[in-house]
Design a protein around this ligand. Structure first.
Ligand code: ACO
Ligand code: OAA
Length: 369
């Protein structure tokens, strides 16, 4: 049977949350380029309620999210223990997400609290690692602004906050990507929110999915630090059958609509923070990949440089992606729960047939008796 590998192109269910049909990304009907100027909380509201919030609703939602950006003391205590270990922050996040679901006072939490606490978890991992005290959220700021503040310990400028809002919005959802689908499978068994999110974090961690952004910047550093020729570097990877991280996409074969927006932000920030050397390398590699392989940059490619220019360390890039995508994961978990239908596909068995155990067992154990 000719099966589509990795479920490529297979429509497994309906969703009202987002669509990539025709290579265009929309959240609940709105084109991503229009939403990019919004705030993260407005977009989260849209993803969760299928409509834009009224002014008062939005302000109440912002306040609720920001006020919940503190961790229960049990989580902080355990996090202090786990986050001190020299592990990748994505591994710590995996454990910490699960941990969040075991502390009694958040067990029954609803999505706004869970989202706020996921952002705080990631900021806490950073602050603990740096041996710095946690910053309290500023009740006057928005969610993305506060998240950036808590990550870096510095109040962001208006322009940086706006850029970070855009990045968070662009990462908030992407229909049935691998981590979201994972969350939906877990949700379909009626498991709790934290089980769904822990599973989603695990799926996002891999380099073919969310783990690519960190590897993009590792590549840029290797090239710049060694004064290497970017094209020779990439040619070498391709000759060795290695992927060039940040390129290609399962659904966008003619370009990722988010990449153009992110490219502009990366260019502006690179100029402002004197990181043009990385941006120049990115432009050269992007031109080569298109020309030679017909592959376009995906969402991870320019985001890596944006995060670097905002002062964020390379191994935080994927956890920050997880923070942004938590909004989408929760939207899909809620939608899947409403459906209340177990996801359990079928497979075609291609292993050996019609074997006889007693006969084979006699043969395999004969020599041992
Ligand atoms: C948030 C996100 O998850 S966005 C994706 C982030 N991941 C990355 O950036 C990792 C690099 N990219 C990839 O591994 C892939 O492009 C994926 C996994 C994202 C998409 O994979 P698929 O849709 O299955 O495409 P597939 O892997 O079949 O690629 C088709 C062809 O392009 C090649 N190709 C695809 N991406 C790349 C790449 N980044 N570098 C080099 N070659 C590539 C494949 O080797 C394959 O070539 P072949 O036909 O000669 O075997
Ligand atoms: O949709 C996908 O396959 C990958 C993803 O999560 C994204 O591009 O945001």
């Amino acid at each position: 049977m000719d099966l589509p590998k990795g479920l490529a192109g297979v429509i497994v269910d309906e969703t009202e949350i987002s669509s990539t049909a025709g290579g265009k990304l929309i959240y609940s009907g709105y084109p991503i380029a229009e939403l990019a100027d919004s705030t993260y909380e407005e977009v989260v509201f849209l993803l969760w309620h299928s409509r834009l919030p009224m002014k008062a609703e939005l302000e109440a939602f912002r306040k609720e999210l920001v006020s919940e950006m503190v961790l229960p003391s049990e989580s902080t205590r355990l996090l202090l223990y786990v986050a001190k270990e020299p592990q990748h922050p994505m591994s710590i996040l995996r454990t910490a997400t699960s941990l969040l679901g075991t502390t009694n006072n958040v067990k029954q939490d609803e999505p706004p609290k869970i989202l706020a606490k996921m952002l705080t978890l990631i900021a806490s991992i950073v602050r603990i690692r740096q041996g710095e005290p946690m910053k309290e959220p500023d009740p006057k700021l928005g969610v993305a602004d506060n998240f950036l503040y808590m990550l870096t310990g510095k109040k962001p400028t208006l322009e940086h906050a706006k850029m970070f809002n855009t990045v968070m919005i662009l990462h908030a959802d992407h229909e049935f990507n691998a981590s979201t689908f994972t969350a939906r499978v877990v949700a379909s068994t009626s498991a709790d929110y934290y089980s769904c999110l822990t599973a989603a974090v695990c799926a996002l961690k891999g380099p073919l999915h969310g783990g690519a952004n960190e590897r993009v910047f590792r590549m840029l550093e290797e090239i710049v630090d060694n004064d290497a020729d970017p094209i020779e570097y990439v040619k070498d990877r391709i000759a060795n059958k290695l992927k060039v991280m940040g390129f290609g996409h399962r659904v966008y074969k003619n370009g990722d609509p988010r990449a153009a927006i992110l490219r502009d932000i990366a260019e502006k920030l690179a100029k402002e923070t004197h990181n043009e050397k990385y941006f120049d390398v990115q432009i050269k590699i992007a031109a080569f990949m298109l020309e030679e392989k017909g592959l376009h940059p995906n969402v991870d490619y320019y985001t890596a440089l944006v995060y670097h220019c905002l002062g964020l360390e390379r191994d935080l890039f994927t956890p920050i992606f997880a923070a942004c995508r938590t909004a989408g994961w929760l939207a899909h978990v809620m939608e899947q729960r409403r459906e209340s239908c177990l996801i359990r596909p079928s497979s075609e068995y291609v292993g050996p047939k019609a074997r006889e155990y007693y006969k084979d067992h006699y043969v395999t154990t004969k020599g041992d008796i």
